[in-house]
Design a protein around this ligand. Sequence first.
Ligand SMILES: C[S@@+](CC[C@H](N)C(=O)[O-])C[C@H]1O[C@@H](n2cnc3c(N)ncnc32)[C@H](O)[C@@H]1O
Length: 264
Amino acid sequence: MQALVTTSLNTSEQIINRAKNIAYKLGLKYVKRRKKSLKELEEEFLSSGILVVSKNKLSIYIDGEEFFFHPGMAKIRIKALKNGNNDQMINAMNLRLGDSVLDCTVGLGSDAVVANYVVGEKGLVRGLEINPLMAYVVKEGIKNFKNPSSVLEKAVKGIEIINADHRDYLKELPDKSFSVVYFDPMFRNPVYKSSGMAPLRKLANHEPLDQLSIKEACRVARKRVVIKERSSSDEFKRLGCTKIIGGKKSPIAYGVIALGGDDK
Ligand SMILES: C[S@@+](CC[C@H](N)C(=O)[O-])C[C@H]1O[C@@H](n2cnc3c(N)ncnc32)[C@H](O)[C@@H]1O
């Protein structure tokens, strides 16, 4: 099984060259589209995901579904925050203007966008994603994101995306180098209603969080380590969370390990 790069059906020399460059950069195989459907290419090459390069968009096709970067739920959450409502993730992080967040499981970047809205221009949000296709599409999506709402555009812009395994990346970071370290792993028992997650589920790494990464996260964070899981999950206990935020009216909750540093 391999991931591929191809172009949209409606293509040009410029798009083909861009697709070839991306394939080279990511160490993936470029395949000519040859008027074939994505399903046909998937079957022909037994691919585990196809990065499709078109004129104004990058998308990932897998198993009959296609997705691209869009701030999705983040838009609604930012609107709610603007209207003075609470956001459980932000509460769990005790996140403030100017803080820095290391999102160790950035996925499609929705949580990172909400965090970036709160920390503002003087803050920092860096997201790590283990899947190279997803990391690339989200990174480019952020770079090229345009929206009539300057609030949403500002929230998206500036988020740093790195294709990395947090188990390796955390080890290299200095002590107390981020205000908050955040994990939103694939749930041990998925919430199947969340259809927006369907394509992501096929590409994502499903391994559970490991205790060594949590230990490293506690060294790297100044204020808090926050873990998102199903409210009924045993993971909070296993990973040493001392407080659970949310989950009373929602199937999702946030486990907190409070570290004290500048956490007023
Ligand atoms: C539930 S999704 C995160 C969704 C994200 N919070 C959002 O708002 O879109 C979990 C993501 O973490 C990634 N992941 C899992 N293990 C990882 C690891 N060790 N290092 C980096 N990313 C990882 C998965 O591939 C997946 O994309």
